[in-house]
Design a binder for this molecule. Structure first.
Ligand code: SF4
Length: 83
């Protein structure tokens, strides 16, 4: 059985303590879409193949988000955590 992931909006407010967000540098992003493949739970591609991060990053997806940051070919991804 697959565990459910509680999703919350990704944008529109500062991060509260402990909240984690995957951010995309839209200028640097080339739209290869690897981040959406690695994190389909929170990233989808728009009609042009550019990522839309539609929720905060659940802690359980942090390892996969770190992997996405590492494999992004143009270093356009960053993980930001609220303090
Ligand atoms: S992996 Fe990097 S370059 Fe590719 S779509 Fe995601 S942010 Fe953009």
């Amino acid at each position: 059985m697959m565990a459910t992931v509680q999703l919350q909006p990704a944008h529109g407010r500062p991060l509260a303590r402990g909240e984690i967000r995957l951010e995309v540098d839209r200028i640097a992003c080339d739209g290869f879409g690897m981040c959406a493949e690695l994190l389909p739970e929170i990233v989808e591609l728009d009609d042009w193949g550019y990522p839309i991060v539609h929720s905060l990053l659940p802690k359980k997806l942090l390892p996969m988000a770190r992997r996405a940051v590492d494999v992004c070919p143009v270093l356009a991804l960053r993980i930001r955590q609220g303090h």
